[in-house]
Design a protein around this ligand. Structure first.
Ligand code: ZN
Ligand code: ZN
Ligand code: ZN
Ligand code: ZN
Length: 237
């Protein structure tokens, strides 16, 4: 038996940690008191550094405080991290799923969901080119990866088919104005690429610098337009 000078209990040697600097090879205080003292020391030093210290002593056994959703979560629902001393991750499983999801979104689109939402509000949910309602595609400059604006499927696809090239588009305008004919009403049942935020992935994989699902590769999915004289008709006379 050894007395702990902090709690005053007489305890068996197993209740004390090891400390080679002590004559009996055991730590001065019992394990419980050492734990409490180091917790106290941690709090004091945090407080001295000006950090807020949350009192988590109320969190019941078997639960953990999640700093993200700010609630006590069952340990079974808490994320794990085998390399952390506690064995637990930084937040609960649902919070981690959300942050991983958000991280994926940012990697994929270069903006947070909140930033995309702000952009949508600023554009009044209209395509930045034609003004149609429902701009589902976050357009990127594929040469630099920089985000441009939200576009409708048709304009997004149209830019892609013209290789994002202003000269090519200007030449197309000059061509249409030279030959006349006027605009065609939008066709229904267009082939549209997956919408922004869709979980569909392109099975062919992503080429660097190009988000394969937010815009098709040049010529891979031409929009359906009502045509009166396609190449096939010409070929057959
Ligand atoms: Zn003690
Ligand atoms: Zn949480
Ligand atoms: Zn448009
Ligand atoms: Zn051409």
């Amino acid at each position: 038996m050894k007395d702990c000078p902090d709690c005053g209990r007489g305890l068996p040697p197993e209740s004390f940690g090891r400390n080679k600097t002590q004559a009996d090879g055991l730590s001065f205080y019992c394990r419980d008191c050492n734990r409490a003292r180091s917790r106290r020391w941690y709090r004091e030093s945090r407080r001295k550094l000006g950090h807020e210290v949350r009192d988590l002593s109320w969190v019941p056994e078997g639960k953990r405080w999640c700093p993200t959703c700010r609630s006590a979560v069952d340990e079974a629902d808490y994320s794990r991290n085998s390399s952390a001393p506690s064995g637990f991750g930084a937040e609960c499983r649902p919070c981690r799923r959300t942050s991983q999801n958000e991280a994926y979104f940012v990697r994929r689109y270069g903006l947070t969901r909140a930033e995309v939402h702000a952009m949508r509000v600023a554009q009044a949910d209209r395509c930045a080119i034609c003004g149609d309602q429902g701009a589902a595609h976050l357009d990127h400059a594929h040469s630099t990866g920089a985000v441009r604006a939200l576009l409708c499927s048709r304009c997004n696809m149209g830019l892609g088919l013209f290789l994002d090239d202003p000269d090519r588009l200007r030449a197309a305008v000059a061509y249409l104005e030279k030959h006349g004919g006027g605009a065609v009403p939008p066709a229904t049942g267009c082939t549209t690429p997956p919408r922004l935020g869709s979980d569909r992935r392109d099975r062919r994989g992503t080429r660097p610098g190009r988000r394969s699902t937010d815009r098709p590769a040049h010529g891979s999915a031409a929009p359906h337009r009502p045509t009166t004289s396609g190449p096939a008709e010409e070929a057959h006379g």
